[in-house]
Write a new protein. Structure first.
Length: 303
């Protein structure tokens, strides 16, 4: 089942078009990365998806139903953190969840609140005042709040912004656990690309309000040119050999004696075959393409 379907979604503010005919599909079970540079239209899209603002054109379908016709029922199946979660700092984590849960008519039994605090790794701090929490702990408490009514879809808007490295690891592991153990669909908007690369199963990159590319993360990263490091017994001889081929212009450097080239995946086997035919011993071939490189390649293209 498709959990989110946006079709022809457009939002204009006067003469400015923030989102321009956006089409995306999020499937059940996805950890879906929603990526784009600042000003690409990510926050506007999320606000339309959560019915905080109305689209100028287009449709939002959640769990197969039109949002415009079933707003209350559909939103009850979503937990969201948009921007920074706010709490009563002078109250404990437990009391915050209890109060906020009552407002949303969620299950505020002690068993449920303690279970959720355990899910986000805060059960030992249940009775600590929130003013004693780090930024990362507040982010995890925000996720606990989003889980109070046991939603099927969790929307996280920049959940690791401002966190230290350990805080990022904690949120990353929590997102993976929510997907794998608790079977939640996650919609993850972020500009911290390495974190998305380590968590997302599918993604879309948008720029100037339009989708540039959408698909499985690993499929997209394996497409196009990537950095390939070839470790050979005789790097100087191998470099001279490559210089006599059409791959000469693809050499971008070396790493501790290995040769680094920019190659299409289909070209790797051809180059390996050439080097082998020249009698050059190959120790290893390591193709790598980071999400950051892929993102920058795409968002540099005018659209």
């Amino acid at each position: 089942m498709n959990v989110i379907e946006l079709r022809g979604l457009r939002k204009k503010f006067g003469d400015f078009t923030a989102v321009d005919g956006l089409d995306i599909t999020v499937r059940k079970g996805d950890i879906y990365g929603f990526l784009g540079p600042n000003g690409a239209g990510k926050s506007t899209t999320i606000r339309m998806m959560l019915s905080l603002i109305r689209p100028t054109e287009g449709t939002v379908r959640l769990f197969g139903e039109p949002l415009a016709e079933h707003r209350e029922a559909l939103l009850s199946r979503i937990g969201a953190i948009v921007e920074r979660p706010d709490f009563y700092n002078y109250l404990t984590a437990y009391r915050n969840l209890e109060m906020l849960g009552r407002l949303s008519r969620a299950d505020v039994s002690r068993a449920n609140i303690m279970r959720l605090l355990g899910v986000v790794g805060l059960d030992t701090r249940a009775m600590s005042k929130v003013k004693t929490f780090s930024h990362g702990m507040k982010q995890r408490l925000g996720i606990a709040q989003a889980l109070l009514h046991n939603p099927d879809l969790i929307v996280l808007d920049e959940p690791t912004t401002g966190l230290d490295p350990q805080g990022m690891v904690d949120i990353r592991e929590l997102i993976l656990d929510l997907s794998r153990t608790h079977c939640k669909t996650i919609f993850l908007s972020s500009h911290i690309l390495p974190e998305v690369e380590l968590t997302a199963t599918r993604m879309v990159i948008i720029n100037k309000g339009k989708a540039i590319v959408e698909g499985a993360v690993q499929d997209l990263l394996n497409a196009g040119r990537m950095k390939v490091t070839i470790d050979v017994a005789e790097p100087e001889l191998a470099t001279a050999s490559i210089q006599r081929t059409p791959f000469a212009s693809r050499i971008v450097g070396n790493a501790e004696g290995a040769i680094v080239l920019l190659l299409e995946r289909a070209e790797i086997a051809n180059l390996v075959q050439h080097l082998s035919s020249e009698g050059i011993a190959i120790h290893s071939v390591v193709p790598v393409r980071s999400l950051e490189e892929y993102f920058l390649d795409l968002t540099r293209i005018p659209s």
